[in-house]
Design a protein around this ligand. Structure first.
Ligand code: PRT
Ligand code: MG
Length: 205
């Protein structure tokens, strides 16, 4: 049995066609049901659908053997108990520092609002900037507008969300795409199945 954890939303939408290319399919009935553990057409492969930030946690603890997670989420959580095996090159975007104007990110003690406190801390440490991190769970773009922070660290794709809120992206922290991750023990105990799956996925990318 192989259990694959995916997050609902864009990663699920973009991973299902990849799985289909290697013969793993989930019916619309399963997808539209309220079930959280979905059957696939392959008898010993199940799909669990989670919140994006929970995918590495399920894989780390081995309740899912494999998962697909944004590099943003993996870097923020760290690599304990997991291996990153493959860049799936889907759900691409960039981790950026954004603010109302360039002068806002020149301040001495910078206030940074973000859903990614570790990523932000590491980045500003590396460039020797002193920061105060304000952890938020959503609507980051609001923080500089209402004066809660000087800037934000967040994902940017088209830039439309920033623009709509009067913000601009300044520095790029990293480029992001979704990665196939695997539980370290599963990788040992189910090595053949997992390697097969990874190799056929890789061929079809
Ligand atoms: O929505 P929920 O709270 O359930 O979780 P989530 O927002 O983490 O899930 P989801 O499905 O939205 O995102 C899952 C993964 O998709 C992330 O972990 C990233 O790896 C990847 N991804 C790719 C993105 C984006 N592009 C993206 N643009 N995740 C979020 N965004 C958001 C961004 O945070 C900002 O609010 O879209 C907005 C910016 O988009 P543009 O196009 O306006 O620049
Ligand atoms: Mg979202």
């Amino acid at each position: 049995m192989l259990t694959i954890a995916l997050s609902k939303g864009r990663i699920l939408k973009e991973t299902l066609p990849l799985l289909a290319t290697i013969g793993i399919e989930v019916s619309d009935d399963e997808l539209n049901s309220r079930k959280l553990i979905l059957d696939s057409n392959v008898e010993d492969i199940k799909i669990i659908v989670l919140r994006a930030t929970d995918v590495p946690v399920f894989v780390q603890h081995g309740v899912a053997d494999i998962g697909v997670s944004g590099k943003d989420v993996i870097e923020e959580k760290g690599y304990m108990g997991i291996y990153e095996l493959l860049d799936l090159r889907i759900s691409k975007c960039r981790m950026m520092v954004a603010a109302k104007s360039a002068s806002d990110i020149q301040k001495n003690l910078l206030k940074v609002a973000t859903k990614y406190p570790n990523t932000a801390k590491n980045y500003f440490n590396k460039i020797n900037r002193q920061v105060e991190i304000i952890k938020l769970y959503g609507a980051m773009e609001l923080a500089p507008v209402v004066g809660l922070s000087d800037c934000i660290v967040d994902l940017v794709d088209t830039g439309n969300t920033l623009k709509a809120n009067g913000l601009k992206a300044f520095d790029e922290i990293s480029s992001i795409s979704s990665r196939l991750i695997v539980n370290i023990s599963s990788y040992k105990s189910k090595n053949i199945e997992i390697k097969d799956l990874v190799e056929s996925l890789e061929k079809n990318l």
